[in-house]
Design a protein around this ligand. Sequence first.
Ligand code: BGC
Length: 378
Amino acid sequence: MTLPVTGRRPSIPELAERSAELIASLQDAGGAYPASPTFSAYAGYSWFRDGAFIADAMSAAGRAESAERFFDWCAGVLEARADRIAEVVAAAEAGTPVPDAEMLATRFTFDGREGDDDWWDFQLDGYGTWLWALGEHVRRHGADASRWRHAIELSVDYLVASWDRPCFDWWEEHAQHVHVSTLGCIAAGLRESLALGVLDPARSAAAAAAERSALARLGAEGEGVVGGHLAKWLGSDAVDASLGAVVGLLDVVPAGSPLGAATIERLEQELTVGDGVHRYLDDTFYGGGQWPLLSCFLGIAHARAGDAGRARELLAWAASTADADGAMPEQVGQHLLAPERVDEWVERWGPVAQPLLWSHAMLLRLAVELGDDEGVRA
Ligand code: BGC
């Protein structure tokens, strides 16, 4: 779908509508959402992380069928790996956890294979995030969760056995650490697995215990809180913009709580320049630019803390990153943390990913959050 040529920038509702249409038009027949249809390193793959947030945005925008097809795809990926998950669980219970290389992948081809390209597997967050998105969807639309029961059970078993393992973070980096936003995604997913009401009593008890433990590690005693705000990883005093999701959309730490407010404040002071949000201070990927999807996550946190005005400023900045065709990038280079590191990435992978479906999804999700999505709902 292309917008009518009007000679002006699209309004927020128009861009939100275009984003929903773009996502719908690019969703694979089997339900997978491509991360980016054209970017060399991402083409042909769907991530549980990106896809879960995309599904949540589509669900929130009234496109329940699209979200459900993505959940079906996730379920297919998980069910095809039921034996592997059983091995992971058995090894963890025996006190001899499997090596990282035998954990589940981070991204899959549209037909549910690992694919032939090396990637920074393993990452746990997506297996929590898809459960969270499913829980939100079922609550919102009253869908029958038993359709995904087996995949929910498999995800819970996998997370209960593995939640405290160090792994790559949202940015597929720093595998030696336990990342606070990864713990947040896992805690949100386990919380929603319980709310979905399809688990047997033993699994429910295990999910509840693992959720409590993940929340405890994410707190001050578990070194997830340093200097009064959430930390990038356990014991770090830095922040990472992915924490905006833990405080806002995932609602693991309430945005209006002292810890939520302190985290939002630190993200504003340290990572936000002119309404554009950096991932973290040491970022060098494509020079360490600003990510529209992160301005939207921070905007949702502000909206939930009661500051819709600040949320709208962040939304407007995210919208300003769209090109003349309305395509949103992964990041923009208006303010770079490491300008000398741009060329190496352009040589390696070509220009920055655009469109990135996750960017479109977060713009759509924040617009819905603020009620600025007039006309989007199908
Ligand atoms: C980001 C990931 C994302 C992937 C696909 C990577 O550059 O670090 O967070 O899942 O792109 O969009």
